[in-house]
Design a protein around this ligand. Structure first.
Ligand SMILES: Cc1ncc(C[n+]2csc(CCOP(=O)(O)OP(=O)(O)O)c2C)c(N)n1
Ligand SMILES: [Mg+2]
Length: 732
């Protein structure tokens, strides 16, 4: 049950600044105060040196944390490096340094060195990443990190309740995904005032509140999002009062240029999260002393007067004055400290400038796109089906695979919209209801068997489903999430395009997010219409870093889902809705270890006159057309079911085309820019000498699927059309 809301009562209310340490908190030692100043100054000098390097064209991008230092040093000092988890914003240089990244590492990323520990020259500067320090590789997308932090915090709670899940295991992804958990870790995530307008921020706050997750949100409010002032982004110009209604939170609004006030707020916020009372949000009012980035000219939208007023709030200058005034440092000691830091920064920059650059060999560039440890295409993964009992549908065998794998691997959690049997557990316990288990019933019984902690309903928020899955996977779990319909995958597109497939590559192998996202897809539903019939797989095969699987029958679905779950890469697993309960392609239960390697096509019909390359719901339709072509025209068609679209089985394609010399690539998705375009182009390029006819393609009309069944029939490819294409190709 939700606990009573914890607002900022313990320290401050939204809209009111937290009291400074100077007033109420325990006094900090002089050493601590000097440490704070040193870190703040180090951060500023690192920015200043980067700006010089950018002016000299020795680095290629610069974005500074100038003005944010006090807030971020305080945050870092309240948390535990390498113990808590961090999803920082690009302004968080001071946090990153305070957690233990080195100035040299900052410069190595700025020059794009091979030895850039965060990304090997792949990510811009100020995108820190460190597996040891638990600084999770960031993208440049504003606010995507919030949902990932939420997922990471969910994993922290899950592991607290299921410590056995952390145990190592040989033979699947677990061999390579060590789980590092403590039971009371806190997850830090920060963002700017502008980024709070992103829906993903609100999805994250909402989920963290609802699930009482140990997430510490930090809003670094510098009053601008590039040139857009805060009142344009935030109704009323202040995010704190807008957030105040979320239950379970600890809120604090602080002067983010005062490190001591910040420290007091963070100490309480972190304690709230660590005690598992819920999330916290610290809203710090900071200043952006430089332009948004090096490419921005602040004079175009901020008058001199405003900039001068802001300069008076420079946290470095003001804290320096504080230390002098309080007698913590005298002018001489201050000069010594600053000289030391200046020299440290100068030397670090010099070393970074002579660092080796990354290899430009394609193999080196492509490294870490996928797991180097676990190859899901290995032929040895293929096992023989046990074939127990009577034939069962694709829906049955996917459900059976989920049951088997959850039994075998306690790191698996299943979630999505409506996937639970029943969120109100008491209805199940009192046997008042049977339970739903998915709109297609693919997840039926999982909650009843494995508990509500392992199979549960998400909120209706697709970005959150995928973003949370990423955060869980980063912290070692194996999320098997569901997007209810492919047609509604789009809110998650940001996470699916810019995040999930990139975690490993952009961190140069430092992090991985081997989540499985199951997605019912496709049409032929008679009345499915525009929003329950969509295809669009090529949008995802065009995104490197994510495996794309698309089975056409029950046995393949079972074996491929098992490989998807056991492998160490993120997988998009498409399930054709029309095939779920089709009589075509049913199979007996193949046993709990049946698996099929990725990238291995299946010849579902042998033939010598031409080849049809296809997948999904076109497989049974192509078979129907091939049988008719044999019967009526004596044409023997070979039908190749690709089964996985990334990777795909080029060897099988080449072998078949070299045998038949004629090829039709057929799919359900629209013809233009579809998956077949790539396959056809490659055949034209590499197998031209084997062809006796132009490569043909067949797909849906270039439009969405209409509701009226006659229109649906006319829009989607039908066996008749495939038959005609076969006949004309054979004649060519
Ligand atoms: C999703 C997304 N949209 C747009 C951008 C381009 N962009 C980069 S930073 C930025 C402004 C961010 O402002 P704020 O969140 O206030 O952070 P600040 O830069 O002020 O620290 C924008 C629009 C982006 N990186 N990501
Ligand atoms: Mg801002």
């Amino acid at each position: 049950m939700a606990q009573t809301a914890v607002s900022g009562a313990a320290l401050s209310k939204p809209g009111e600044p937290a009291p400074s340490r100077n007033g109420s908190g325990p006094a900090l030692s002089p050493d601590k105060l000097i440490q704070i100043y040193r870190l703040m100054y180090l951060s500023r000098r690192t920015d200043d040196r980067e700006i010089i390097l950018k002016n000299q064209q020795k680095i290629f991008f610069q974005i500074s944390g100038a003005g944010h230092e006090a807030l971020l040093v305080a945050a870092a000092l309240s948390l535990r490096s390498g113990y808590d988890w961090f999803f920082p914003y690009y302004r968080d240089r001071a946090l990153s340094l305070a957690l233990g990244t080195t100035v040299e590492e900052h410069f190595l990323q700025a020059v794009g060195a091979a030895t850039d520990t965060a990304s090997g020259g792949r990510q811009m500067p100020s995108h820190w990443s460190s597996p040891e320090l638990h600084i999770v590789t960031p993208s440049s997308s504003t606010a995507t990190q919030c949902l990932q932090a939420v997922g990471c915090a969910e994993a922290a709670l899950y592991l607290q309740q299921h410590p056995e899940a952390a145990e190592p295991h040989q033979g699947d992804y677990r061999e390579f995904r060590k789980v590092d958990f403590h039971g009371d870790e806190v997850v830090y995530v920060s963002l700017g005032d502008g980024a709070t307008s992103e829906g993903e921020f609100w999805e994250a706050v909402s989920t963290a509140s609802n699930l009482k997750l140990p997430v510490l949100f930090v809003v670094e409010d510098n009053g601008y999002a590039i040139s857009v002032p805060v009142e344009v982004n935030t109704p009323g110009g202040n995010i704190s009062p807008l957030l105040a209604g979320f239950p379970n939170f600890y809120f604090a609004e602080v002067d983010g240029t005062d490190p001591l006030a910040c420290l007091a707020a963070f100490d309480t916020a972190v304690a709230h999260c660590r005690a598992r009372l819920g999330p916290a949000l610290v809203h710090g009012h900071v200043v952006r002393l430089y332009a948004h980035s090096f490419s921005d000219d602040v004079r175009l939208y901020r008058p001199e007067t405003e900039r001068q007023a802001e300069a008076l709030r420079d946290p470095i200058h003001n804290f320096q004055m504080h230390l002098l005034r309080e007698g913590i440092l005298d002018a001489e000691a201050l000069e010594v400290l600053e000289k030391e830091v200046d020299e440290q920064v100068r030397q670090a920059a010099e070393r970074a400038l002579s660092a080796p650059l990354p290899s430009t060999e394609p193999a080196a560039i492509l490294r870490h796109q996928y797991s180097e440890d676990y190859d899901p295409t290995r032929p040895v993964l293929q096992t023989t089906p046990a074939s127990e009992g009577s034939p069962r549908t694709m829906a049955d065998l996917i459900n059976a695979c989920l049951h088997d794998e959850m039994r075998r691997d306690s790191r698996i959690v299943v979630f999505g919209e409506d996937v639970a049997d029943c969120s109100r557990e008491e209805y199940l316990e009192n046997k008042q209801v049977k339970g739903k288990g998915g709109v297609f019933k693919l997840t039926a019984g999982l909650q009843c068997e494995y508990g509500s902690g392992r199979a549960f309903n998400s909120s209706l928020a697709e970005a959150a489903i995928v973003g949370r899955a990423i955060g869980m996977a980063v912290h070692g779990l194996k999320p098997v999430a569901e997007i209810q319909f492919f047609d509604y995958i789009w809110p998650a597109m940001h996470q699916l395009r810019n995040e999930l497939p990139l975690i490993r590559w952009r961190s140069n192998g430092g992090f991985a997010a081997p989540a499985v996202i199951r997605v019912p897809i496709g049409g032929y539903l008679t009345g499915g219409a525009i929003y329950h019939s969509q295809s669009g797989e090529s949008l995802f095969t065009h995104t490197p870093g994510i495996r794309v699987v698309y089975p056409s029958n029950a046995l393949d679905a079972n074996g491929l889902l098992r490989t998807a779950i056991r492998c160490d890469d993120p997988v998009l697993f498409f399930e054709h809705k029309r095939l779920y309960r089709e009589s075509y392609g049913r199979a007996p239960y193949p046993g709990p270890d049946y698996a099929i390697p990725f990238g291995k096509a299946n010849i579902v019909r042998e033939g010598k006159h031409l080849t049809v390359i296809t997948y999904g719901a076109i497989v049974p339709r192509a078979l129907q057309a091939a049988q008719r072509a044999a019967r009526e025209l004596g044409i023997e068609t070979e039908v190749l079911d690709l089964r996985t679209l990334n990777p795909y089985d080029w060897e099988a394609i080449a072998t078949s085309v070299q045998k038949t010399n004629r090829v039709l690539v057929a799919h359900e998705d629209m013809i233009s820019w579809g998956y077949g375009a790539e396959i056809a182009a490659r055949i034209g390029e590499e197998l031209f000498d084997s062809l006796d006819a132009p490569v043909r393609r067949l797909g849906a009309l270039d439009t969405f699927v209409a509701y009226q069944p006659a229109l649906e029939d006319a829009i989607l490819p039908q066996p008749e059309g495939i038959f005609q294409a076969i006949a004309s190709l054979a004649k060519y």
